[in-house]
Unconditional design. Structure first.
Lengths: 216, 216
């Protein structure tokens, strides 16, 4: 059954395994609400943030926010996908325009850069991890997004490191490790607020990867 | 001013930089309440858990929990320190009794093992990261505990890898990286529930570290 609101497309789950998108992100008002919500959620957490506050950020009445998102839960689900896709989109863009000799190092660097420029994303991730335990739909979406990121890392970094498709287990392990390092360091930075510290650790990781490349 | 309750020692901050300990953990009832609280918090989160529920886990009235902990906030602060110290204590014990040839690999392995056997700790960590943004005292404690763990990693692993005290920056970077990998992989496992996956990524990291040792 079609919905009467043209901007809301429910259950539009794509078949290619990417995360579902329930709302039309091309609608400027929808994307403005999602961006404002991401900021509020990252700042105060899900439970302490109200739809009215999110509207206030944009000078909108709560009822307008409600028109696009039936509940705070619906907005939380959507904000996660929206922010993550924006993040991965930025990384893909950087990869497409990249002409450097060390494409792998530069792919890893784009991921790192995108995290550095996206403190809201880190705060939001932590909020999602915490809430996912009480919200199966949020957890399902978080897993789907995580596996999108995993695929990106695998295609652009791991295969480039000369790990062939035959050696699936090593490639999988390395993709998992790379994502864990990025997540772990974003938490370090969030907790300690020390950008130089996590940057040095990131560079240490890159040098370990490079030694591995030269050795094999 | 001394408090009238013999089991409560307020503001007992040690001078050697370790995390403060406000409550007598040797008291069996205190440690039972802290263990039960850790379980409840990791399962349902801070905001959804009540002192009454924590008491119920132990067959205690809410007023008894209140006798030892003035508020849920006080209990949350203490649970974090308690769980973390139990975790680091287990690691130190394993290190003390270790007689293997590869003491560094085995130190790293004890840290990893302790995380594997402490799902409550991972759930609690995520809850702390999320709540720390709204609770400066929780954040201060989380930073102090993080720096305890950092010190442990530095003493037992990084120095053993042959990085001398002179090369402080490299040693710091490696300690930060190791903690980030452990945190990041515990999140992966928490989100995906796939122990084999994070184990393979952990082993990949150990092999990168070993190649670095052999190369230098």
């Amino acid at each position: 059954m079609e919905t009467a609101q043209p901007t809301v497309i429910e259950n539009n789950r794509s078949d290619n395994g990417t995360a579902p998108r329930a709302v039309d992100w091309e609608n400027p008002r929808v994307s403005a609400i999602l961006s404002a919500a991401a900021k509020c959620f990252a700042r105060k957490g899900f439970s302490a943030t109200t739809l009215a506050e999110i509207g206030k950020e944009l000078g909108l009445r709560k009822s307008i926010v409600h028109y696009y998102f039936a509940s705070k839960a619906a907005l939380i689900h959507e904000v996660q996908s929206f922010t993550y896709h924006k993040y991965l989109g930025r990384v893909k863009e950087a990869l497409a325009s990249d002409t450097s000799a060390d494409r792998i190092g530069s792919a890893l660097h784009s991921l790192w850069d995108a995290i550095q420029n996206n403190k809201t994303g880190t705060g939001l991730n932590i909020e999602v991890w915490s809430a996912a335990r009480r919200d199966p739909e949020l957890k399902r979406r978080a897993s789907a997004l995580h596996s999108d990121a995993h695929k990106l890392v695998h295609e652009h970094i791991v295969q480039g490191l000369g790990i062939t498709n035959g050696d699936t287990q090593r490639g999988e392990a390395l993709s998992t490790l790379i994502l864990a390092v990025l997540n772990g360091l974003s938490v370090t930075e969030y907790l300690e607020g020390d950008e130089a510290k996590s940057k040095h650790a990131y560079e240490m990781f890159v040098s370990l990867l490079n030694q591995n490349r030269n050795a094999s």
